[in-house]
Structures are given as C-alpha cells and as structure tokens.
Design a protein around this ligand. Structure first.
Ligand SMILES: Cc1ncc(COP(=O)(O)O)c(C=O)c1O
Length: 435
C-alpha cells in the first residue's frame, strides 16, 4: 500500500492546521499521518483508496468499531432535541445512575468532555479534600496533556535521573517549571519506592495517581498485591488513591480495571470507551470527596460542553451494548485480543524476531526486546524503538494500522476473520523485516 495522497495532504494541511494535525500524538504516527476518508467497523478507508484493519481505533475510544449502528441510530434519533443547554437534562442523570451502579468507586459521577479534564478534576478534588498539594505520579504514565501532569511520561533517559528516584521532566516547552514542585515522580510496580516517597513527603501528599493497568507504556499489569499496597500506603497517610481509567475503563470490563483487579480507588477518571468515539469523559468517586462539588464545598469543575446531549445519548447506547448478554462485548474483546496476541507470538517465533507481545488482550503492546516481560517505563525504554518503527511501517504497507508506540486496541467489530487476516498481514510484515 502507498500513502502518497495522505503525505501530500499533510504537507498542504501544515499551511492552515498548526503542525498539520490537531493532536500532537498523531504526529508520531507512521505513513502520513494517514488521512482517513471514513471508518467502518474494524476498518479505515484512507484518501489513497486503501482499506486498513485498524488497531488505533481512535486511540481506544472507538470500542464498538467505527460508526457502530446502534450508537449512530440513537444519536441521530435525538439530534433534533438540541445539543447544549447550560441546564440539566434527564438523560445525564440516568447515565450517571447507571455508572454508579456499574463502577465500584462511583458513588457520585461528574461528566466532562476529555480525559485530560477528568484527570484535572480528580487532582483538584484530591487537593481540595486533603488540603495538601503534592501528587505522586509514575514515570511512563500519561494522564493527558495539561501542564501540571504531563511530566515524565516519556522522558529522555539522559535527563530522567536514576530509576529509583527519577527526576521530574516536563514534556513540552511552555510548561512552567513551578508545576514540578508539586509532583513526586516514582518508578511503577515498586512498593519500596512508594514507601520511601511517603516517608519523605507523606504529610504533603494529596494523592497518588496511577493507571491501574499501565496501558500507555508497554501495557503492563500491576504486580500481584501492588495496587492493594498502594491503596494501604495512601490511606495510612491520609492521601487519596486516584485511578486513571481513561483506557482501562470499559475496555477491561464495564467495572473497569478496579472491578477486574478488586481494588477500589477513592477517585477515578474515565473517557474513551464510554461513548464509542463521541467526546465524553467523567470523574467518579467517593461521595464525601465528590460532594465537594456542591456549592458549600467551594471546589469548582465546569465546562460548556459537559453532558452535551449527543454524547450522553451515545454513552447510553454504548453502555447498552457493553452490558448486553452479561458483558458479551468486553468478553469478546478479551478473546479476540488473546487470539491476535497468540498469532503474533507464533509469527515472531517463525521469523525468529525478539517480539514481546504483552497485555491483557483488549489492549496489548508489541515491543522488540529480549526480555520475557516489561514491568516499568525503564524496561520499555530499553526496547528497540527503531525496529518497532520498521515493524509498524511494514504493517501499514501490509494493510494493518497500529500505533507508533506499539499499543494495539481491539474493538467489538474485530471478529475471528479480521483477526486471522491481521495475523496473515503481520506475517508478511515480519517477512519484510527479516528480508
Ligand atoms: C490514561 C490516560 N489518561 C488521560 C488521557 C487524556 O485523555 P484525552 O486525550 O481525552 O484528554 C489519556 C489519553 O490518551 C490516557 O490514555
């Protein structure tokens, strides 16, 4: 496959779209960035006339596939009711009620538009509740693009300091250095490092924020007991535990990673999977924390587009599909993900490639490394990124689109036939790499 028109469109876009793309994450993507004409189930059709099997899936948001009929139908049927009222509507209360029933930590829910904002609200609530300012954040974890948290997500190793006590590294020009004072950066999956941080900073720590399954870097599961210890360390020090479930939510089951792993945080942020590609996010948590958003709590969170009707209707329809038949969709994401992972591993064995395929299945990662597993940012950073870029490029030429960082997102539209076609294409890409 060739992507000439996409490349030409990117060049043209740069004269009117700042950077040529509307999210910097897309600048990293190979072969273009690809210009998509339309999405359909597990496929994207691009401007060059190619059809690719998609495993970017809106970076995880399009959990039911592109243009899912049920969601589209529900949104279309409600479009003439209006969009944004700056008032309440009954649908938002109904949605929040269902979310409180489905998600363990969700005694109260507050809707937002993007994951970055939901994280921002969670951090503000933790600081308001505890009266403290410091947040513990882990190296390699991405919690959105805002100034106070886009730190040490992928720091260059020559600036990142020692693994046990990493240096806080801002990820963009324009971030004020003052935000670094409020963060304590730690390696993940390391209880001893967490305890040391609390011994040093305990009375100043408002909360610890973590992806419960580290989806943005290696797709790493927590080591057994790690999240339980994290919760206990937080609570012993009067700090709050915050799960960022923007990716893991809905994808690992409707109750999120917290339901799957049996550890309930005090607050959690969600987005992506909830509205099947429409912009909706939320922060959920303990009633005593979330009720700070009542007028007497003097803690603010707002947004013109929060709970806009089409997104809420989309979320209701998506939730219907995710919950149907005892969560048949999340179970299918798991089964299809594992089928694909097994196929990729088999292909790598055949082609003698040191390809690590790691993750629960609905989301997983491919990395070039001799290690049997990656467990934190530093082990991911030691992998061969040039070889991964070659593989991702070869996959695209063979008709499979995945993320530049090697993370693959399944959707409900990826069935056995699509998975098997992907494995065939991946074998061709691997043959290309070893030729
Ligand atoms: C774990 C996590 N948190 C927060 C965000 C930010 O969400 P958004 O891009 O909707 O602002 C992302 C985005 O990828 C994410 O993966």
């Amino acid at each position: 496959m060739r992507f000439d028109k996409s490349a030409a469109m990117l060049a043209e876009a740069r004269s009117v779209v700042a950077g040529g793309v509307n999210s910097n994450v897309r600048q990293a993507d190979i072969a273009g960035p690809l210009f998509v004409e339309r999405g359909e189930g597990p496929y994207v059709h691009d401007v060059d006339g190619n059809t690719l099997i998609d495993y970017v899936m809106g970076n995880g948001a399009s959990i039911l596939g592109h243009a899912p009929a049920g969601v589209i139908g529900a949104v279309a049927a409600n479009l003439n009711r209006g969009q944004t009222f700056a008032a309440q509507h009954p649908d938002e209360v109904a949605l929040c009620r269902r979310l409180t029933q489905a998600i363990p930590c969700a005694e109260r829910v507050r809707l937002a538009v993007s994951g970055s904002e939901a994280v921002h609200a969670a951090l503000r609530l933790a600081r308001a509740f505890t009266g403290r300012t410091k947040i513990v954040k882990f190296e390699g974890h991405y919690h959105g693009w805002l100034d106070n948290i886009m730190v040490s997500t992928r720091p260059p190793l020559n600036a990142a300091g020692p693994r046990e006590s990493p240096v806080a590294v801002p990820m963009s020009r324009g971030q004020p250095a003052s935000v670094l004072e409020d963060l304590v950066i730690l390696p993940w999956n390391d209880v001893a490092a967490l305890k040391r941080a609390f011994a040093e900073h305990g009375p100043a720590i408002a909360g610890v924020i973590t992806e419960p399954v580290l989806c943005n870097c290696g797709v790493i599961e927590p080591q057994p007991g790690y999240l339980e210890r994290m919760r206990d360390v937080c609570h012993a020090a009067g700090a709050l535990l915050i799960f960022d479930e923007v990716i893991s939510g809905f994808r690992l089951g409707v109750a999120g990673a917290q339901g799957r792993l049996g550890v309930t945080p005090d607050i959690a942020s969600f987005a992506k999977g909830i509205a099947a590609g429409f912009p909706l996010a939320f922060v959920a948590g303990r009633a005593d924390v979330m009720d700070l958003l009542l007028p007497e709590g003097h803690t603010l969170h707002s947004g013109t587009y929060n709970a806009c009707l089409p997104a809420v209707v989309a979320a209701q329809a998506a939730l219907d599909e995710l919950l149907a038949d005892d969560q048949a969709v999340p179970k299918r994401l798991l089964a299809m993900g594992q089928r694909l992972m097994a196929g990729l591993r088999e292909g790598a064995r055949k082609h003698r490639l040191p390809l690590l395929v790691q993750g629960p299945g609905p989301v997983f990662c491919t990395l070039f490394t001799d290690r049997p597993a990656v467990t934190d940012f530093r082990s991911v950073a030691a992998a061969d990124t040039a070889r991964l870029a070659d593989f991702v490029g070869a996959l695209a030429r063979c008709g499979v689109r995945t993320t530049a960082r090697g993370v693959w997102f399944l959707s409900a539209a990826h069935d056995e036939a699509v998975i098997d076609a992907t494995v065939r294409a991946a074998n061709a890409a691997m043959a290309d790499l070893t030729a």
